[in-house]
Design a protein around this ligand. Sequence first.
Ligand SMILES: [Zn+2]
Length: 114
Amino acid sequence: MTDGPTVAFGYRQRSMEDWRQSGCLYVEFWCLACPHMVRVHIEKLIGKVGTSTPFVDLARKARCSACGRRGCHVQPAEPPKPEHRDYTLWLLAEIARQRDFILQAEMALRDRGD
Ligand SMILES: [Zn+2]
């Protein structure tokens, strides 16, 4: 459960944990100097940099493995397609996340008395 209803990939997402809680499974690193892009599983990335690392820090520190330039664009990858090996895992996590959202949103509505 999160601290309250959140939106997916909105402006509130600032760290690795924010993106993981928003359902992000892979993170893309796009080089600013060449066409090279790398897609990294979010758990692998969190294992390397921790949960609280801001994305702007990742973007500043990443180095392109093709051309060697430091600095890149970082973004969440699209969700896995049905034929991808992680699709079932992602779908189960999304169902749980959406259930949490609905429960929290209903509690928030009750608290408001609307
Ligand atoms: Zn590059």
